[in-house]
Design a protein around this ligand. Structure first.
Ligand code: NAI
Ligand code: MG
Length: 368
């Protein structure tokens, strides 16, 4: 099945290609063992694209991303390209993908593997079993609103300006993604803003509240963003799905992520609008960057990329059984004590990037 579904892999720079190599092995496993065949293409993005084409993303690759059913990205950037002009920087390749694909909903799970709960900066009992999903609005709000800029006032003082702007449709479309996710999870949604001090927050709360009758099975609550930050470190397991704007989501998703221990474990999905054929634009990528400090040494943890692939199976293709299989394999491998350096603990077995891939495949063989 799925043979007509197009995947575009853009592995990018640094450890991007290293972790994506393990993803490709898992794609091949599902193809061979479960008949899950995708039409897989591979292209350049980031610094490697700049080196070859003098741009971090060619129009041709952009076009392929728009045609794909899902895009899988590794990471972009690195010291080699740090001094390029802003428009040529590797990060611009990723930003262009996000912008032209109109990816307005960023899904950031914060999931703690039992075997790693002790690595959290919080007490083990607070995070053991933690499984929350933060949905961050990604294309609106204060990072994009106008007016913006730095101006000089008549008295010579300078003033920096950014504007928080949300329209009803921007709020409604990301809230719907969050409600639908909550329906598939523990049926709890917490909407986060600062309606006490921001008009955009008042509108946010009104629009989310208006949608609630359409999702009667979901228990909706509201929370101010500052309180949410406190609650995330005080009692994180009270949450299931959190939906919030671009700025608060940026901070709260990083905060929630770190409850789980390592960047090497964190996947993400960015979803866009649904087209006439019912396809939702989507890009899946690990949260981490290109990790130049460990690139080329076989040290990168491929689990964030592998879990991003499992999010793709779940959210782009409704393949929950296959996604569960891969998630379980990842949990079991870690529970058996196989660790890359970033999640290493006393008594565990240190493995390389490829070694982790080997163990995942063995576990898939055993489970599948
Ligand atoms: P980073 O995420 O690349 O690395 C931060 C630290 O975490 C490093 O010590 C790294 O070794 C470690 N780390 C990250 N991923 C790991 C993994 N899978 N396994 C084991 N250890 C891992 O962030 P940093 O250092 O701030 O940025 C490096 C480059 O990556 C920069 O050029 C930056 O612009 C770019 N970047 C790209 C992103 C993307 O492509 N989405 C996101 C963040 C940064
Ligand atoms: Mg951030």
């Amino acid at each position: 099945m799925a043979a007509n579904k197009k995947l575009l892999i853009v592995a990018g720079d640094g450890i991007g290609p290293e972790v994506m190599t393990q993803v490709k092995r898992v794609i091949a496993w599902f193809d061979k063992r479960q008949g899950l065949t995708f039409d897989v293409g591979e292209e350049l993005v980031g610094g490697v694209s700049y080196d070859k084409h003098k741009t971090p993303l060619t129009d041709e690759v952009m076009g392929k991303a728009l045609e794909a059913d899902a895009v899988l990205l590794g990471a972009v950037g690195g010291p080699k390209w740090d001094n390029l002009p802003f428009a040529d920087k590797p990060e611009r390749g990723l930003l262009r993908l996000r912008k032209e694909m109109e990816l307005f909903a960023n899904l950031r799970p914060a999931l703690v593997f039992d075997a790693l709960a002790e690595a959290s900066s919080l007490k083990t009992e607070l995070v053991k079993g933690l499984d929350i999903m933060i949905v961050r609005e990604l294309t609106g709000g204060v990072y994009f609103g106008s007016p913006r800029g730095i101006e000089t006032l008549p008295n010579g003082e300078r003033r920096g300006i950014n504007t928080q702007v949300y329209t009803t449709s921007e709020i409604v479309r990301v809230a719907r993604v969050a409600f639908e996710l909550a329906q598939k999870r523990s049926k709890k949604l917490c909407s986060v803003e600062k309606a006490n001090v921001m008009e955009s927050g008042v509108l946010w709360r009104e629009e989310v509240t208006k949608l609630a009758p359409e999702y009667k099975d979901v228990a909706l609550s509201h929370m101010y963003a500052d309180n949410c930050a406190m609650q995330l470190v005080r009692q994180p397991k009270q949450f299931d799905v959190i939906v919030t704007d671009n700025l608060f989501g940026d901070l709260l998703s990083d905060c929630a992520a770190m409850l789980t221990g390592s960047l090497g474990m964190l996947p993400s999905a960015s979803l866009g609008a649904t087209d006439q054929q019912g396809r939702r634009r989507a890009l899946y990528e690990p949260v981490h960057g290109s990790a130049p400090d460990i690139a080329g040494q076989g040290k990168a943890n491929p689990l964030a990329a592998l879990l991003s692939y499992s999010m793709m199976l779940r959210y782009s293709f409704d393949l929950a059984k296959e996604a569960d299989l891969l998630d379980t394999a990842a949990k079991n491998v870690v529970a058996k004590g196989f660790r890359t350096g970033d999640i290493m603990s006393p008594g565990a077995t240190l493995v390389s990037t490829t070694g982790m891939g080997d163990e995942i495949l063995k576990e898939l063989d055993r489970l599948g």
